[in-house]
Design a protein around this ligand. Structure first.
Ligand code: SF4
Ligand code: SF4
Length: 88
């Protein structure tokens, strides 16, 4: 079992996203990945995994203002079960 801390979170206006992917490398903790699903514009959009630091880099880089950033008062921990631990 490993634990990931989130110091904040983001909302993503996926319906506005044009799929440029600028936010993916901008996110230094690597917690944004492009979706398999498509929005109504027919493009992939970013999805958030645990570990956001609320740094704001995604908000600054997105040309379509898709992100809003929220900082938690206290970090939230997410426990991840490794595949090898499932069923043990
Ligand atoms: S606020 Fe920072 S850590 Fe959180 S998703 Fe955006 S770029 Fe990544
Ligand atoms: S930077 Fe904005 S428009 Fe580009 S993929 Fe990310 S959310 Fe979508």
């Amino acid at each position: 079992m490993s634990t990931t801390l989130s110091r904040g979170t983001v909302t993503i206006a996926t319906e506005r996203c044009k799929g440029c992917e600028l936010c993916i490398p901008a996110c230094k903790p690597n917690v944004l990945t492009m979706s398999q699903a498509r929005n109504e514009l027919g493009v992939s959009y970013p999805e958030l995994a645990p570990g956001c630091t609320s740094c704001g880099a995604c908000l600054l880089v997105c040309p379509d203002f898709c992100f809003e950033i929220y900082r938690f008062e206290s970090p939230v921990s997410h426990e991840e079960v490794q595949n090898s631990e499932v069923g043990s």
